[in-house]
Design a protein around this ligand. Structure first.
Ligand code: B12
Length: 323
């Protein structure tokens, strides 16, 4: 600790000293300058490995360089403020308000870096702190993916972040799915896939896992599925309850329509559910011939769990009656 500082003022004043730690000279970083992890450890009065863990779990923002990690004064200040908000009350009791941890933000950083180890650590910590599986999938993981490219300062023009994130997220879903309990006798079977031309597969994997946790069997067809394959799949299932199509881009709506037509020809009474960013509302769903639409996965799960979804009633043109 710096000479003359109390524990509480250590963060503020230790940087005015200079000295050596592990043979390295440190000084207070001027505005715009950065600190390495040893310097941060010294400033926090923590061990280097603890600081490294803060970085890997995205509690402390840092930038990777060719020689290690760099932390700016602003990043360190944000970390200290967040940590202090999580601290005990002044009387030493631990009943102070708990800080809401930004699992979604932390995960997003790890996803964009393509860092599976850090990403899994964030999810594991979230689960350990009581975030349930559904919230892990929908609020933390899907939330982090939805935030991709939201950084105006760092536009991801080449989509590299999306590719890295999708690859890591795919592995995370596989790991999460393997942990889920699937209750006994299925209450129905849902056939699920994305239409021809659609490469966005994460929503399908997530929806499939969560459908199973709600007690349904799920036949997962994956992405870029031709209409006749959907038709063949429902033909093989003894009593399918619903076919669900995940549509991430409006560009594939024609393929959705072709899929609905093929399904109607194969199993006329089977309801078709559509959802995803490519289907804005129920009117678009009706226009492509689907019976059901849900704005998000939670609503879709509630809809499926609420009973036996049915086909949309055919619109009947009523002739005005004469008086
Ligand atoms: C990862 C990603 C990719 C990855 C996909 C890899 C993979 N294995 O999935 C890659 C890099 C390959 C990719 C490619 C492209 N992508 Co992309 N991608 C994304 C990104 C970043 C995340 C999508 C994701 O998986 N989210 C996680 C899931 C769980 O969330 P979600 O899809 O939003 O789904 C939620 C709801 O919509 C709903 N939902 C989803 N499916 C279903 C299904 C049912 C039945 C129900 C009820 C609900 C439901 O519930 C979910 C959770 O609440 C989004 C941007 C974003 N910020 O969302 C763009 C995004 C989906 N992509 C987009 C585009 C345009 C493309 C490309 C055309 C880009 C290009 N120029 O090449 C290509 C198209 C490839 C193709 N032919 O399909 C657009 C789509 C715009 C649109 N609505 O029309 C988006 C929205 C980006 C944008 N803002 O422009 N992409």
């Amino acid at each position: 600790m710096a000479i003359g500082c109390t524990a509480d003022s250590r963060i503020a004043c230790i940087g005015r000293d200079s000295g050596a730690w592990g043979g390295e000279t440190y000084t207070h970083a001027m505005a715009g300058e950065t600190l390495n992890l040893k310097q941060v450890a010294l400033r926090l009065g923590a061990h280097y490995t603890t600081v490294y863990r803060y970085v890997r779990t995205h509690q402390l923002e840092a930038t990777r360089t060719s020689t290690g990690w760099e932390v700016s004064e602003e990043q360190l200040a944000r970390f200290v403020a967040a940590r202090d908000a999580d601290r005990c009350t002044p009387d030493g009791s631990s009943s102070g308000p708990r800080r809401r941890v930004d699992w979604r933000g932390r995960l997003r950083v790890a996803l964009e870096r393509g860092d599976e180890v850090a990403a899994w650590r964030v999810l594991s910590e979230a689960m350990r702190s009581g975030v349930d599986a559904e919230a892990c999938y929908l609020d933390v993981l899907a939330g982090a993916l939805a935030d991709l490219g939201a950084d105006v300062d760092e536009p991801d023009d080449d989509h590299l972040g999306s590719y890295l994130a999708a690859a890591v997220a795919t592995r995370l879903v596989a790991r999460l799915g393997a942990r889920l309990r699937r209750p006994g006798r299925p209450r129905g079977t849902i056939v699920l896939g994305a239409p021809r031309g659609e490469q966005h597969g994460l929503s399908i994997a997530i929806l499939a896992d969560l459908i199973r946790t709600r007690g349904f069997e799920c036949i997962e067809l994956g992405v870029d599925v031709p209409p006749d394959v959907f038709a063949a799949a429902v033909g093989r299932v003894r009593a399918p309850s619903v076919v669900a199509l995940s549509v991430s881009q409006a560009a594939t709506l024609e393929a959705v329509e072709a899929t609905v037509d093929a399904l109607r020809a194969a199993t006329p009474d089977l309801p078709v559910l559509v959802g995803g960013p490519g289907v804005l509302n129920d009117e678009v769903a009706a226009a492509v011939g689907a019976d059901l639409w849900a704005p998000d996965i939670r609503s879709a799960l509630d809809l499926l769990s609420s009973g036996a979804p049915t086909r949309r009633p055919a619109e009947v043109d009523v002739e005005p009656t004469r008086a």
